[in-house]
Design a protein around this ligand. Structure first.
Ligand code: 13P
Length: 239
């Protein structure tokens, strides 16, 4: 498994349901890496085998994985298959999966466990809704998500956590820098085991705010949606 400690920052692009071969070819021609950072491009699964993978600083990641190992489960993609084509990361439990595909913490736990068993690093997404934030429930919600969705086999070397407040995704809104720092500190102290985990921030990260966010204590990188589709902007986030 890749040594996460080798990188000062981990920048993950989540392309969601976007991209085509022409886009990918142009994107990879223009992408400029930073030797200190780990860059992970999470593309739709059909393109995973087409992307440049496992360069020293550039990796490919899946956006989801099956809870099943193998068998009669039409349309699914297993953790073992990801490992087989040398994919080293997979998002798990993105809020869009939780919301539109009814993924529970238990499902996310099982998917993450399967990934870890197959040497793929799960990037486990957690985050509160606006209503939960306004009712001061953020810590309670995150604690429950952490407790239930992170498998026993997880540790700081084989798992990444991504904090994505749902209300900040695709809205242009972000928590204040102090709030991000405070929530990340909270996540890392929910239990002793989490102290050394890499915790990424996601939700309306763009070139204009990424430096400030990435330089916060306890922020180990970011998970970028919309801005990762514009390669020039993503280059400036990486740099
Ligand atoms: P945006 O960067 O578009 O807000 O999306 C964040 C996200 O969902 C990344 O997983």
């Amino acid at each position: 498994m890749l040594k996460l400690g080798n990188f000062s920052s981990i920048i993950v692009a989540n392309w969601k349901l976007n991209g085509n071969m022409e886009f990918i070819n142009q994107y990879y021609q223009k992408l400029v890496l930073n030797p200190n950072n780990c860059v992970v491009i999470c593309s739709p699964s059909i393109f995973l085998n087409k992307l440049e993978i496992n360069n020293k600083n550039l990796f490919s990641g899946a956006q989801d994985v099956s809870i099943y190992q193998e068998g009669a489960f039409t349309g699914e993609l297993s953790a073992k298959m990801l490992d087989d084509i040398k994919i080293q990361f997979s998002l798990v439990g993105h809020s869009e999966r939780r919301q539109y595909f009814n993924e529970s913490n238990e499902i996310i736990n099982l998917k993450s466990k399967n990934l870890i068993e197959n040497n793929v690093i799960p990037i486990i997404c957690i985050g509160e809704t606006l209503e939960e934030k306004e009712n001061n429930k953020t810590n309670e919600v995150l604690k429950k998500q952490i407790k239930e969705s992170i498998p026993v086999s997880s540790n700081y070397e084989n798992t990444i956590i991504a904090y994505e407040p749902i209300w900040a995704i695709g809205t242009g809104l972000t928590p204040s820098l102090d709030e991000i720092e405070e929530v990340h500190k909270f996540i890392k102290t929910v239990n002793v085991k989490l102290n050394n985990y890499k915790v990424l921030y996601g939700g309306s990260v763009k070139a204009s705010n990424s430096d400030d966010i990435n330089s916060l204590n306890n922020v180990d990188g970011c998970l970028v949606g919309g801005a990762s589709l514009k390669v020039d902007e993503f280059n400036s986030i990486i740099s």
